[in-house]
Design a protein around this ligand. Structure first.
Ligand code: SF4
Ligand code: SF4
Length: 357
């Protein structure tokens, strides 16, 4: 289990909270306990045994979207508060403390390999041994399989030999909820299927899956022996190499929402915009905050299942930053789910691209 870095945690615990304006959970709740330095203080006190685990403490420490919004203003360049909070939460399992609301999701992960229950959407497809493995992720499968269809159509149109496996959840939600053992089990099962596929490239449009494969699988000793490429980079490559030739889009006014992980963890802010710039007829209007300064939609760290009311309030706050008459485009199934509120049209980048090809 990863160790908490006490020096960094104390830097944050003693900080006057200069990132407070960028922490979405603090902004919508107004609760100092869930402010970045408030959570760091609780985590530091747990480490010093000045505080014992109980449900309210676990709830406060879990109130982090891993959006990395705090890093915009944070003077401590080595500090990753969301990782320190994650490492802190992992210690809670030994005390038997958990969020009761996610019990059914944990059961679903154990029984079906998806937090949403019995798997929906496309499962295994394509030719075993094909070079490219497209990994859809459980959230797209459960909530928006149309984006998976769009990605498959694009790969077919580009003449890419690809395959899909009978996926399990990547393991990310289990770790977020403090069950690293279950996360490792899911990762091991996925790794077995991925190795067995014989693919040499894995492409995913889910930023949480991408981060889990590239950052968490090595920590869980489940390193993947193939190249993992994010969807925006891969589809841009197909466009640049002339394998996809977009024509005039039916969508004119588009506003792109940068998912936190693509923008701040993967630094992928240019690729989606270049894809949109290569589709004739599209006029991109940026929201108030964009690029690496993007604001979270409320979908990070499985908030839509763990804290649905907070997630909705954060999404409303983010939606107010977009032009009212623009179609919102994003590149993450969680963002799509969060921003899809009454009166707004929200699509994924692959769907916009596929429609024009
Ligand atoms: S994340 Fe950085 S800026 Fe925010 S309270 Fe902690 S130390 Fe201060
Ligand atoms: S990662 Fe996001 S939610 Fe978590 S403390 Fe930082 S700003 Fe707040």
């Amino acid at each position: 289990m990863a160790e908490v870095n006490m020096e960094e945690l104390l830097n944050c615990a003693l900080c006057p909270n200069i990132c407070r304006c960028e922490c979405p959970v603090l902004q919508v709740s107004g609760r100092e306990a869930v402010a970045p330095s408030g959570k760091a203080r609780l985590a530091a006190m747990l480490q010093h045994k000045q505080l014992n685990w109980d449900e309210p403490v676990f709830e406060a420490i879990s109130n982090c979207l891993s959006c990395r919004g705090c890093t915009i203003y944070c003077p401590f360049t080595e500090l990753s508060l969301c990782d320190e909070l994650l490492n802190t939460r992992l210690a809670a399992k030994a005390s038997g403390i958990r969020l009761p609301v996610i019990d059914p999701c944990i059961s679903n992960l154990k029984n079906y390999g998806s937090p949403y229950g019995q798997k929906g959407g496309p499962s295994a497809a394509g030719k075993k041994g094909a070079e490219v493995l497209y990994f859809a992720g459980c959230t797209s499968q459960a909530n928006h399989p149309s984006s998976i269809d769009a990605a498959r159509k694009l790969l077919n149109k580009a003449g890419v030999s690809f395959q899909m496996i009978d996926e399990d959840c990547c393991g990310y939600p289990a770790e977020v909820w403090g069950d690293q053992e279950l996360a490792r089990q899911l990762a091991a099962e996925n790794r077995r299927k991925i190795v067995d596929s014989g693919a040499s490239i894995l492409v995913t449009n889910c930023p949480e899956c991408w981060l889990t494969f590239t950052d968490r699988y090595p920590v869980w000793e489940q390193d993947l022996p193939l190249e993992v490429i994010d969807g925006p980079t891969y589809f841009l490559r197909l466009l640049r190499e002339g394998q996809l030739k977009p024509k005039k889009s039916e969508f004119e006014k588009i506003s792109y929402h940068d998912p936190c992980i693509w923008a701040r963890a993967a630094k992928k802010t240019d690729e989606p915009r270049e894809i949109l710039s290569l589709i004739p007829g599209i006029n991109v209007q940026e929201p108030l905050s964009y690029g690496e300064q993007t604001r979270c939609c409320g979908g990070g760290s499985m908030f839509q299942l763990s804290f649905p009311e907070t997630a909705e309030a954060i999404a409303e706050r983010r939606l107010a930053e977009f032009p009212e008459d623009a179609v919102i485009v994003t590149a993450c199934p969680f963002c799509r789910e969060g921003l899809l509120q009454e009166g707004r049209r929200v699509l994924e980048l692959v769907e916009i691209l596929e429609q024009s090809c």
